[in-house]
Design a protein around this ligand. Sequence first.
Ligand code: COA
Length: 189
Amino acid sequence: MRKRWVVGRGAMRQILGAYARLEPHSLVLKTATYGKPYLSWPVIGIPFNFSHTRDLALLAVSSGCRVGVDAEFVQSIAELEKISRRFFAAPEADEITALAPEARLSAFFACWTRKEAFVKALGRGLYAPLDRFRVTVKAEEPPRLVSADWCEPSTWTFADVGEPGIAATIAVNEFAPVVRRFEFGPTSN
Ligand SMILES: CC(C)(COP(=O)(O)OP(=O)(O)OC[C@H]1O[C@@H](n2cnc3c(N)ncnc32)[C@H](O)[C@@H]1OP(=O)(O)O)[C@@H](O)C(=O)NCCC(=O)NCCS
């Protein structure tokens, strides 16, 4: 676990260093009020966000707008309906529980990662009220912010970046961002 964290942090510094054109070790990482890391002076204008689940780590880097990413390993959940009702907006929980049993798990994780990517972009993480905004729920439905009390949904773009067995979403505070995905394998050392 600790090794994964160290490898993830090292890779994050390498990638951010390349964007900032600075040596990875010279980057100064700070955390904002609710724990969201950011690059401190002399680097400005490179917002990023990080998520890890098992052996996968995702780093989302943006060219200036707020960005959040969440990845979750899809595994069975004993009290899926109860957890949905506790954390999600009522219409989201209704939608999940109305689905056929075999579609519920993927919908739960689609909903969860879409919501968490959004609150991570805001920098609030799980301190944000997850029941006060809505996202699309079904896994096969385009990921989207449906409504939020405090912002215009069309100013946000979501992208699914999952792979088999992993649900993952990026949320970007921009109307039509270009989303590019790069994959990095394990290093030998
Ligand atoms: C931080 C939080 C969003 C992490 O979610 P998670 O699914 O467990 O973990 P992820 O791998 O997706 O994200 C972790 C990364 O998010 C980033 N992060 C931490 N706080 C963040 C925040 N407020 N906003 C955005 N990103 C944050 C960090 O880079 C962190 O990486 P690290 O663990 O290597 O430091 C979530 O645990 C949280 O908000 N916690 C604080 C509130 C809380 O614990 N409430 C409990 C009651 S519900």
